[in-house]
Design a protein around this ligand. Structure first.
Ligand code: NDP
Length: 259
């Protein structure tokens, strides 16, 4: 249990009365309209943070943003595979909302196929969205975090750690995020900016629709797919943990033990 030092929301002290105070932040959630990103947006809003929901489909982002508890949440259409979209989004955010405190990179796609059958355009889409997109949004957010501090959580995958047949490109995009996260954490630590990675296993979202079959579930030690909210709790934990950076946290029901 801790309370913050005067003025700086990322310096905490333990208090005698077991009180924990976390300052309200501006949180940008890429891929916040559905699945894991949506659950993260909901949890952040419940904690009193103001959320900017980004996704390609503005209507879906808006449906999420208006459903969040609290006020002044925003939604923006932004394709993270396009640098100009990211630039525009962060310009709008800094003009209309102020400095970004939290960034969560949950936008992601898969185009699963054996490498020999993978089309180059699909490979590029996956790398541009999952890896380059996260790098560019981090760069966009860092510009406003440099003077105030902040925290970033990228969403990787257990497949990026362990590999999986039929997911070479997806796995490479997520493994790339791991190296990126650790390196960026070293680069920006002195500016009081923390960067961590949450690596989920099978989570019940649109991305895994139709995959929840008996043989898949049997491989998971906890015996079930995870819920988006269960990943969101791990994301929130890392965002709000003032002394953790450069860390990878698997949220996979123990799947890494069996792969
Ligand atoms: P969903 O397909 O349910 O949601 C993906 C989200 O990302 C949507 O909000 C989507 O909105 C957005 N998105 C996709 N492409 C782009 C883009 N180019 N630009 C902006 N937003 C985009 O996926 P999940 O919630 O399951 O996945 C979230 C993250 O977690 C991904 O990075 C995924 O790789 C990772 N993950 C998921 C696992 C799972 O089991 N579900 C396991 C391990 C990792 P829109 O379509 O409107 O753009």
């Amino acid at each position: 249990q801790f309370t913050q030092h005067g003025g700086n929301p990322f310096k905490f002290t333990f208090s005698d009365n077991n009180e924990r105070v976390v300052m309200s932040r501006l949180a940008v959630v890429c891929g916040g309209s559905r699945g894991i990103g949506r659950a993260v947006s909901q949890l952040l809003a419940q904690r009193g943070h103001r959320v900017v929901v980004l996704s390609r489909n503005k209507e879906a982002a808006q449906v999420t943003a208006v459903s969040l508890p609290g006020e002044n949440h925003l939604c923006l259409s932004c394709d993270v595979s396009k640098e100009e979209d990211i630039q525009r989004a962060f310009e709008t955010i800094s003009k209309t909302c102020g400095p970004v405190g939290y960034l969560v990179n949950a936008a992601g796609i898969n185009r699963d196929a054996l490498l020999l059958r993978s089309k180059s355009e699909d490979m590029l889409s996956v790398l541009h969205t999952n890896l380059l997109g996260s790098m560019l949004t981090c760069r966009g957010a860092l510009r406003s975090m440099l003077s105030h501090g902040g925290a970033i959580v990228n969403i990787g995958s257990v497949v990026g750690v362990k590999g999986n047949s039929g997911q070479c490109v997806y796995s490479a995009s997520k493994a790339g995020l791991e190296g990126f996260t650790r390196s960026l954490a070293k680069e920006v630590a002195t500016r009081n900016i923390r960067v961590n990675l949450v690596a989920p296993g099978f989570i019940r979202t649109d991305m895994t629709a139709g995959l929840e079959k008996e043989d898949a579930v049997r491989r998971i030690p906890l015996g079930r797919f995870g819920e988006p909210a269960e990943v969101a709790h791990a994301v929130l934990f890392l965002l709000e943990s003032p002394y953790i950076t450069g860390q990878l946290l698997l949220v996979d029901g123990g799947l890494q033990l069996t792969l």
